[in-house]
Structure formats: C-alpha cells, structure tokens
Design a protein around this ligand. Structure first.
Ligand code: GRF
Length: 205
C-alpha cells in the first residue's frame, strides 16, 4: 500500500509510521509527505529519510478546484493509494475525499465525537478535556468525510486523566498512545482488514 502522510507540524506520528515501516511492522511504502507549512518538522523529517516531500497550500491557487487538481496529480505521480492525516491543519477538499473515499484516515487526540470539531486541535483539546473534568480521554482514528473530525471511527484507545495532569502532561501520554496505534491501524488497512458499513467501521482480527 502506497501511503501519503499529510502533516502541518512536528511530525511525531509521521516518525512513528516511518519507524513501523523500517521495523517491518507496517507493510506499506511511504510514497509522499504533504504539508501546507514550509517549516513543518514533518517535511524536514521526510527529507532526512529521502521520502518525497512537498509543500503545497491552497492560498497559492486561484480556487479550491485548482488546488485539488494539483494535489490529485501529485498524488497520482507518486502512485498514492492511501492518505494518513497526521496533524494536518487544513480541510481536505471534497474532490480529494471523493477520489479517496474510505482511504483517508485522521488521528485525533481525544475520544470523538467529544472534544472534536473546528478549533479543537493541539493543546486546545487537552485544555477542554481538563476543563470538562472527564476522567477518560484517548485517541481516535477515523475515516475522513466531508465534515470536520467526522467519519466512521476505526479505532479508539482510552487514556486516563490523572488528578495532577496539565495539558502538557496529558498531551504527552495521549501522543505516546497515538504513536502506538496509528501504525497498527494503517497495517490493518494495508492488509485489507478494515470493514466499513455505513457510519461504522471496524478492524477484523
Ligand atoms: C496529534 O496529536 C494528532 O492527534 C493531531 O495532531 C497532532 C500531530 O502531532 N491531529 P505530530 O505532528 O504528529 O507530532
């Protein structure tokens, strides 16, 4: 399975994916890394591993259609079959979602549908979790559809909120779980073990 990772930031999930492929845990080929952000750590990380890395952003195009066309032809050139969003801060245009239906995943640092949607990214998520006083948060990997932080949930893992947590300590524990589960979900897709039926998705053993 040829995978493209879309990332806007640090790229720690990208790193976990690279490592899982290197160790032979994830039977996939990382064909491309895409970012909207020229200074994303993810782009640097990709280049240091000789993975094709492109910065492409909608603002540089006259329309969403023109941006989508360029993105689609870039994905086709690199023979991309699957897209993993890993901290990608921009909305995926509907043309891309249509072309890659049920072949785009996103990882979110909470248990959706709680603590998701516009504005719920990065530390904002963990701050909101602590403000709400919930005792369990976690990680969600879901398929991407036209709505933000929406689409069939493929896997969730809980993380306990400790009384002494602050957003930074909580984020660190949640991210450690992200790095463990995202490669496993991608492995399930690569092995054809993900079933999607309507609003629901699950991994077959
Ligand atoms: C992760 O916490 C992920 O859940 C969210 O963005 C963050 C990306 O972190 N969507 P990194 O760039 O992979 O370190």
């Amino acid at each position: 399975m040829n995978v493209a990772v879309f990332a806007s930031g640090r790229g720690s999930n990208l790193n976990a994916i690279i490592e899982a492929i290197r160790k032979g845990v994830l039977p996939a080929h990382l064909s491309l890394v895409v970012s909207n952000n020229a200074s994303a750590g993810a782009l640097e990380l990709a280049r240091s591993h000789n993975i094709p890395a492109v910065r492409i952003r909608q603002n540089d195009f006259s329309s969403e259609e023109a941006f989508s066309e360029e993105l689609l032809s870039c994905l086709a050139r690199h023979e991309v079959e699957f897209i993993a969003l890993a901290g990608y801060m921009k909305k995926i245009p509907p043309q891309i979602i249509g072309r890659f239906r049920n072949k785009i995943t996103n990882i979110h640092p909470a248990l959706l549908p709680a603590f998701g949607g516009p504005g719920m990214y990065g530390m904002h998520v963990h701050e909101a979790v602590l403000r709400a006083g919930v005792k369990i948060t976690g990680v969600t990997v879901h398929l991407v559809d036209e709505e933000y932080d929406h689409g069939p949930i493929v896997l969730q893992r809980p993380v306990e909120v400790a009384p002494y947590d602050d957003p930074v300590s909580l984020a660190a524990r949640v991210q450690a779980v992200e790095h463990e589960v995202y490669p496993l979900v991608l492995k399930a897709f690569a092995e054809g073990r993900v079933t999607v039926k309507g609003a629901r998705a699950w991994i077959e053993p």
